[in-house]
Each structure stands twice: as structure tokens, then as C-alpha cells.
Design a protein. Sequence first.
Length: 443
Amino acid sequence: MKKISKLARGVLEVLPDEGRIIKTSVRKVLVGKELALSKLTHHFGGMTLPDPRVVHWLPPEQIEFATCLKNESSDWEDWVFRQTGRLKRVHDGEWDLLKYPVASMRICTAIEGRMKQGESWETSEYYQVAVRQIEGDRKVWGCTNRADFNKHCDKIDRLIDSIVKHGYRESKEFDNRSRADTSLGQSEVLINISRDGFPLFQDGRHRLAIARVLGVKEIPVQIMIRHVEWQVFREFMHRMARGSGGACKAGFLYQMPIHFDLSDIPSEHGCEDRWNAISQHIPAATETALDIGCKLGFFCHKLEALGYRCFGIEYQPDIAYAARKISQAEKRRFKIVAGDVLAAELFRDIGTFRFGIVKALNIFHHFIKTETGYTRLKEFMKRVRADIMFFEPHRLDEPQMQGAFFNPSPEEFVGLIKDWGDFRSSTPIYSAGDGRTIYKLVR
């Protein structure tokens, strides 16, 4: 199977532009193959899982729903995984259905009422339900009678006071003991990951509720369980990083995947410096943006965060699939379109040829390797209208451009793009460590 994939990718490299339909079809088949292999990896136990003690920092409001593992309890707030004994870290099933909002948990409404309106614990549903359960011979947070539970509520008050006075801190900052609330060594709020990459509440409700009321920017969390379908995607991403092609470079993903549970996958982090340079030249207005050759969507995430309605175009279906999956997990609205950016029909899915910003970093030189590609790029630049374009030409000495139909110097290439796109000015704004320069073209 590996030899077949290598042969297929080799054929793709030598096909001319006219073979783009064949290329697209073959790449779609390769995506299916990679997903199938990722599922087999999970099935046979060869999963790539990070250390469960790793701490991630998330906005508390990002944990919107509770885990929904229906069990012997009639109370949905109990429907979480058992945290004792040997834990299976990947689970299938419907436990990740988004049915029960964290905001509806009794502790959340009780703490909000107590902190904002000064309500007593005794008047809260949280208190009343817990006391009924205790009186029904159930131990609740170690409490076996009302007096014990009153002390428990006093402890929550002290926790509130501590967080208000000192801020929300990582457990290790104030407790050097080795906590082991679970066999994973829990010390922070515990979450599970749904099939779509969403964080679901598992444990640590008091701290989470307080952080939500206080509007804490980020809290430390640890991951306990992942859904099978999300883990299959993680394996897909790990295989992508270990492979070859436009998504990776020397064993690293070309771009950092913007999702906290993909941070263990090696990546170049090669986009942050370019974004920092570009972001200083982006108008603070809501416009439409186009990211050509968007890879995993790093710039789309950044542009949307600034208020832009963004479209990303990615030629390779496997990378486009990953970009969509990540954007959905992050609840982004931007659209990833898979296909050839030079094909006019592709823009039917976008609905416009006019954009406030177009980003084309280290991409256009791939088109000018052939005479057909050169002509199509020229036609594309005359068709698409951009108020601002961020353009990064290749270096003249790049081996991949040897024998190309056209191999201009960076200055010559910028001049052509400026003329073809009817821009009035071009200004260099950043020189990267790899020797390439980013230009800002303004209409």
C-alpha cells in the first residue's frame, strides 16, 4: 500500500497542468486511503496519544456542553466516565452528543446567584438536590449529612475568595502534593473530546463555574477521554506529518494546526512571523478575504478573528479535509474550497471575484513552471479584484524552478503581479528567515 501511494504521488508531480482533473481524482482516492489506514491504526491499538498529564489552556466558555454518558443515574449531571481503575482513553458511542449545556448545571446557576446576587446556598437548587440525595443515603462530595455539606459549601466560598483575590492559578502553583483524582493524575479541570473536537465537561465543576462567572480568560484543563472518530482524525494528522507533500516538510506539518488537542503533532510554526508582519498592514474593517493555498487554514483563523469573512482555497484534498475538520472543531465560519484556484468555476462556491484582502504567499511560482500555467495565472490576476494583496514570490535560486518555463527574480515577479492585477503600488513589508520577502500590493 505504501509503495502504491508513493508511486501515485510521484505521478502527480510530473503531470502537467492539463492533468489537473486526474490529479484531483487521484488525490481524493489518497485521502480515503489515509483515513482508512488511520482507522486501522486505531483498531489494532497503535494509537498516538499524548501524555494525559499535559495541561492545555482554554477559555472556560469554550467548554459549552457536558459529557453525555448515560449510566445508572437518572441525573444527567452524573453522566460522565468513571475516573477510577484502569481507564480506556478512547471510546466510541453517543456520549459526545451536545445535549446538556454546562451553563445549565446546578453548580453554575448556584455560584452565579451567590456571586452576583448574594443568594444563600440553601435557596439554590444545587444545595437542595444535594441534601435530598444525602438524606437518601447517597454520599455527595464526601458528605453524609447536612452539616458536612454546609462545610462543603463553605469550602467553595473560600475557593471563590481565593480566585477573586489571587486569580485562577494552575494547581501546581499552590499545591505541591501529587494529586491523583484519576489514574491519569488529574490536577486540573477534566474534559473529554467529542468526535468533532469539542471539549466536553468531565470533572472540576466548581472551578469551572467560578471561572465562568468571573470571566476568566483561560483556565488549565486536562484531557481524559477522546471519541474514536476524533482519534482517527488525530491519527490522520500524524500520518500527514510523517508523509510527504504540500502538508509537511521534513517530518513536520507545514503549518501549525490550530486546535489544542493537535499540539503534539510536530509543525514548523513557520506562519507566525509572517502573520505578525501582515497583521500590521490589515485594515481594521470587516471585509472579504481570500487565502490562496491556505494549507491547514492558519491565516483563515487569524483573519476571521479580526472580523473578516474568509475563504481558503487549497488544491490538495487531504489538506483541505484537515483544514475543514479543524475549522469546525474551532467553530469557525470561514469556508475551505478544494480545487484549482485558477479555474473560474471554482469561484461559483465563493460567489465573488472581489476581495478586500488576498493572501498569496509562496504559491504563484508553482503556476509559472509551465507555459499553460503562466497564461492561466495572468488571466486569474485580471479576473480577481483585490483592494490589498499580500504576495510572497519565490527565490530565484530554488531548485524546483530549474527548467521552469518562467523563473523571474522576486522584483520582476512582483512587477508582473502588480501590472496584471492593476495595483498602483507594491511595497516590501517583511523579509523572512528563509530569504523570501512579502510585498503589500495596493489597488
